[in-house]
Design a protein around this ligand. Structure first.
Ligand SMILES: NC(=O)c1ccc[n+]([C@@H]2O[C@H](COP(=O)([O-])OP(=O)(O)OC[C@H]3O[C@@H](n4cnc5c(N)ncnc54)[C@H](O)[C@@H]3O)[C@@H](O)[C@H]2O)c1
Length: 259
């Protein structure tokens, strides 16, 4: 299966590391011009440089996409460098546990700003450009199995990811007349910097190994590598996807099919 993104421009938020970087690299390998984004300038620049060294076309844009201003800067930079936006992947995210009752509201709210509001701001800015260009487009939201399962200490993240999948359905409806297809990929456990909480990688913990690997709560008995999630993102955004619209691909190794 050969996917070509020739003459396409892919903007991937939070793509200096993890799943976002893996998606940006795959888009670039298949011919897209790629916009690497994150908060940290140096991380973005190094990631873009790595893609260029592999033969791809990329620029780095450091911007905080949790604000409308930052999202606008990102989309403007994509248009300035490559003349438009054909694909937007809303991937930027953060997680840190917060007790619903006692956590400071600002800390709790920040998780919604980064995981959910960023997708709203970037989708609005990118959709305007796509609609004006009249060539259709693709938006892929990176949600999580947290969108339909809850975990203690994760009410903010659960809410953000659940709302993100609902945003996918709402935008699939609203943007379909412009031939813009909108879908989500919902990963389970993935081996990325986000798996490190309070300095410890939860994938190395006894809790994870006993439950999810040895007792096979994840039927595939392992976490995903970022590229395995990126492949689903890239397929949804590709010309091979002409009819999947408003849906969620759950990429969790089978974790959520049983109880
Ligand atoms: N790792 C997992 O197990 C897992 C599981 C399900 C879903 N996800 C989701 O996948 C996405 C990617 O996460 P990851 O696992 O690759 O972790 P990651 O920490 O490597 O990636 C998240 C990226 O988002 C960037 N980011 C954070 N705040 C930002 C902001 N305000 N503006 C711009 N960029 C910002 C970070 O700099 C980072 O590069 C996230 O949305 C996450 O919620 C991850």
């Amino acid at each position: 299966m050969n996917i070509s993104f020739q003459s396409q421009v892919a903007v991937v938020t939070g793509s200096g590391t993890g799943i976002g970087y893996a998606a940006a690299a795959l888009f670039a390998q298949s011919g897209a011009a790629v916009v690497v984004n994150g908060r940290r300038k140096q991380v973005c620049e190094e990631a873009a440089q790595q893609i260029i060294q592999q033969g791809g076309r990329a620029i780095a844009v450091a911007a905080d996409v949790s604000t409308a201003e930052g999202a606008g800067q990102l989309i403007d930079a994509a248009c300035g460098a490559f003349g438009g936006v054909s694909i937007l992947v809303n991937n930027a995210g953060i997680f840190s546990p917060a007790d619903f009752v006692n956590a400071p509201y600002e800390e709790w709210r920040r998780v919604l700003d980064v995981n959910l509001d960023s997708a709203v701001h970037c989708s609005r800015a990118a959709a305007r450009v796509m609609i004006a260009a009249g060539k259709g487009g693709r938006i892929v939201n990176v949600s999580s199995i947290h969108s339909y399962r809850a975990e203690r200490g994760a009410s903010h993240y659960d809410l953000a990811k659940g709302a993100m999948d609902q945003l996918t359905r709402a935008l699939a409806l609203e943007l379909a007349p412009h031939d813009i297809l909108v879908n989500s990929v919902a990963p389970g456990f993935v081996d990325t910097p986000m798996s490190v909480v309070d300095g410890k990688n939860e994938l190395d913990s006894e809790w994870f190994i006993t439950n999810y690997v040895q007792q096979r709560r994840i039927p595939l008995a392992r976490a995903a590598q970022p590229v395995e999630i990126a492949q689903a993102i890239v397929w949804l955004a590709s010309p091979l996807n002409t009819y999947v619209n408003g849906h969620v691909i759950v990429a969790d190794g089978g974790l959520s099919v049983t109880f």
